[in-house]
Design a protein around this ligand. Structure first.
Ligand code: DGJ
Length: 732
């Protein structure tokens, strides 16, 4: 709940076990006081600590010589009038200068929250007791207001923040930076954790000590990217997976972002996240406003694991929307790695036939079904069936697949245009480009200019036509290149640097329209695997294809790293053929299954090539998944052994009532005369007695306390890349 003490100016946000506090100073600035474990609000004003500094930290208030913006912990700092650290925003006025000074004007506390127009955000439902405090600050000289919105979600122990600029003045202003949040910790004794990598190697965990100066992660690629995820966490140096204080910040946005920490000359740490200010401007004419995306703030005193579980619950319940949110996600087979572009109706039906026999629930037709698409060099934008490949048409194919007892899903890459396409012949100016410059292609394709209304409408109309033409139950929404020559002929010269963000707003509009028009369809987002695995996409599409790397051993790090923020129910994970197509590794089908069973399960290979014994193994995997699916997709997730730290990995899923659990244990390389070891389980009830079963073989009863504190013997495995599934069921 939120309180504001009129006498002191202290505001106190309580979100479950978390407190966040600040103060409106007598000079009208918003100063940060505290973020961490819940405290009583009574004495928070005593956290204000003003100290005299040398004249290199300037001040402007002759009555308070200790008051300098350079030392004051702040909530949304400016640059130009005393604070030399990185600002949360910057505005250029029409006289060319960039100095502004916003001071407190008013605040209001409301039930619920104000809508973030056109942007994905945490939403609330009737039973939630969410509250917001909205501060209005004003720079009188330019007649511009700044609204800072803070919302608390007590049930989810979470806080969100965002900012909105409103120009009421007669002159235009230009935002050169507008982050979503900024706050100052009074020390920098932290380690910074971020998720970084590359295509096919996404979201690996990186952790390092904070040093004086700036440390940032960012994307300039026009999407959140494979390279850095819009998330950072600050950890106490001794914080572990299970203990210690952790502060996580995640941006609900899918485009260019910047997140970072600046350690200043007084050893304080300024943390921020928002739209990347690189190549960004936003012009506000009189009466116009700009809304930043929303940032999620999660505090945990139960280590990284505690932070992750809070993110998981919030993203699963209050970011993911629609009828599939709480539904079991189907087991699918996708033909991509099975056939690539080389398929016809008969081949697809052969795969569907096998899929049906194995118990698979959804058949997904990937790239290559439209235009004249026989490789990746043409036809994006021409969303009509490729009659040469599928002469009977889409409806006939869908109905034959449905007759085999499977639902049907279809791949699109709606944001793209191939120079070799009918669409490009008709509209060569519909792609992102700048006048008289070469258009750089990536995977032989250009990007449609989604900042334009007519382009958005084209996508909505053409994709809707296909989706209305047959009973399609699932859509894979792909996006396979990053932006170059970011410019739009539809925008005037002084708005060109708005293009990348306008693209995102256009994309969000298209996704909002499509998902509301087709509420029964399950949408899965994809960007060459996990190039846009972010909370913005999850608001529209409940799941994401985690990585184009389907190798079980590579996936250990990718899925483990992804789970730092994102819930298991959002991660697509498929069994593929060996040698693996990305890394050429040969791993046992059982292990490929166990790793994929730890996400939204599926197969991505030509099932008709499975031998009889492989079919038997796959059938068992599918049966097992159907039994444990609620636990995997909606249970609490605990990381046990990190693949970043050793030769094995393990994690587990625990039901809410703690009566059921599943542990996945994977050993990477066989070690001669290997160390003997145990590993401790997590999340169980110490008072329960559990029946433990390893791959169907009962190994007896164990006390919950014993499993938690003494641990379980590591399975004794022979050979490389071996794994085991361990099931625990509490005795009633
Ligand atoms: C990239 C995706 O990540 C793959 O799964 C596949 O859909 C291809 N695109 C198809 O072009």
């Amino acid at each position: 709940m939120i309180t504001f003490q009129a006498e002191t100016g202290v505001f106190h946000l309580q979100a479950g076990d978390t407190s966040y506090a600040g103060i409106v100073t007598p000079q009208g600035h918003l100063s940060h006081l505290y973020w961490g474990k819940q405290v009583t609000g009574q004495y928070l004003h005593k956290l204000v600590h003003l100290v005299e500094r040398c004249s290199f930290s300037p001040w402007n208030d002759r009555n308070h010589l200790f008051y300098s913006l350079d030392t004051l912990p702040q909530e949304y700092p400016a640059y130009g009038n005393g604070d030399f650290r990185t600002p949360a925003y910057q505005i250029q006025l029409d006289n060319g200068t960039t100095v502004t000074h916003f001071r407190y004007k008013s605040h209001r506390i409301i039930e619920g929250k104000q809508k973030l127009e056109g942007l994905p955000a945490v939403y609330i439902e009737a039973e939630d007791k969410a509250q917001s405090i909205i501060f209005t600050l004003e720079d009188e000289l330019i007649d511009t207001e700044l609204e800072l919105m803070y919302t608390v979600y007590p049930k989810h122990n979470a806080i969100t923040r965002s900012a909105r600029f409103i120009n009421n003045g007669a002159n235009a202003i230009v935002l050169q930076r507008a982050f979503s949040m900024s706050l100052d910790f009074h020390h920098h004794n932290f380690e910074l954790l971020h998720l970084s990598g590359s295509w096919a190697r996404e979201r690996h965990i990186h952790r390092r000590k904070l040093e004086p100066g700036m440390q940032t992660v960012e994307s300039r690629r026009g999407s959140s990217s494979h390279n850095h995820n819009p998330f950072i966490a600050l950890l106490e140096p001794h914080a572990t997976e299970d203990n210690g204080q952790v502060y996580g910040v995640n941006l609900i946005y899918s485009g260019n972002f910047k997140a970072g920490v600046e350690v200043d000359h007084y050893a304080q740490a300024r943390t921020f996240i928002g739209i990347n200010d690189f190549d960004f401007n936003w012009r506000l004419e009189q009466g116009e406003s700009f809304q930043t995306p929303e940032a999620i703030l999660i505090y945990s005193d139960e280590g990284l694991g505690g932070m992750s579980r809070k993110f998981h619950k919030l993203l699963r319940e209050r970011v993911v929307r629609g009828e599939h949110r709480d539904k079991a996600r189907p087991i699918l087979v996708n033909n991509w790695e099975g056939t690539y572009f080389d398929f016809n109706e008969q081949k697809l039906l052969e795969i569907a036939d096998e899929a049906n026999k194995l118990g698979i629930e959804l058949f997904v037709l990937d790239d290559g079904w439209f235009g004249e698409r026989n490789d990746d060099k043409s036809s994006l934008g021409d969303w009509f069936i490729n009659k040469k490949k599928l002469p009977n048409g889409l409806e006939a194919l869908v109905s034959k697949v449905n007759d085999k007892g499977l639902k049907f899903g279809l791949w699109f890459e709606p944001e793209m245009i191939s120079p070799k396409s009918k669409l490009y012949e008709a509209h060569p100016d519909w792609c992102l480009h700048v006048p008289n410059r070469e258009r750089t292609v990536g995977r032989s394709q250009l990007i449609l200019d989604l900042s334009r209304k007519e382009v958005q409408q084209y996508i909505i109309d053409t994709i809707s036509n296909v989706l209305s033409s047959a009973p399609i139950a699932y859509v894979k929404w792909d996006m396979n290149r990053n932006m170059t020559e970011i410019g739009s002929p539809a925008l005037p010269a002084n708005r060109q640097r708005e293009t990348a963000h306008r693209y995102m707003l256009g994309l969000y509009h298209v996704l909002e329209t499509m998902t509301s028009k087709f509420p029964h369809i399950l949408f899965e987002s994809c960007s060459g695997g996990g190039g846009r695995f972010d909370s913005g996409m999850l608001y529209y599409m409940p799941q994401t294809w985690t990585s184009d790397n389907s190798d079980a051993i590579s996936r250990l790090k990718i899925q483990y790293g992804t789970s730092i923020v994102y819930p298991v129910s959002t991660m697509g994970a498929h069994v593929s053929a060996v040698p693996n197509h990305q890394v050429h590794r040969i791993t046992p089908l059982e292990t490929r299954g166990n790793v994929a069973l730890s996400g939204n399960f599926g197969y991505e290979l030509d099932l008709s090539k499975f031998t009889a014994s492989e079919k038997k193994i796959a059938k068992n995997q599918i049966e097992l998944y159907k039994t444990i699916r609620p636990l995997i997709q909606f249970g609490d997730f605990y990381r046990l052994l990190s693949p970043f730290e050793g030769n094995d990995a393990a994690w587990m899923f625990v039901s809410e009532n703690k009566k059921e659990a599943v542990v996945m244990y994977i050993s990477v390389l066989q070690e001669p005369n290997a160390p003997i070891g145990r590993f401790q389980l997590k999340g169980l009830d110490p008072a329960f007695i559990y029946d433990v079963e390893v791959e169907g073989d009962a190994i007896g009863e164990f006390g919950g306390d014993q499993l938690l504190y003494a641990g379980l013997q590591k399975p004794h495995l022979h050979g490389d890349f071996q794994s085991k599934v361990i099931r625990l069921i509490a005795k009633s």
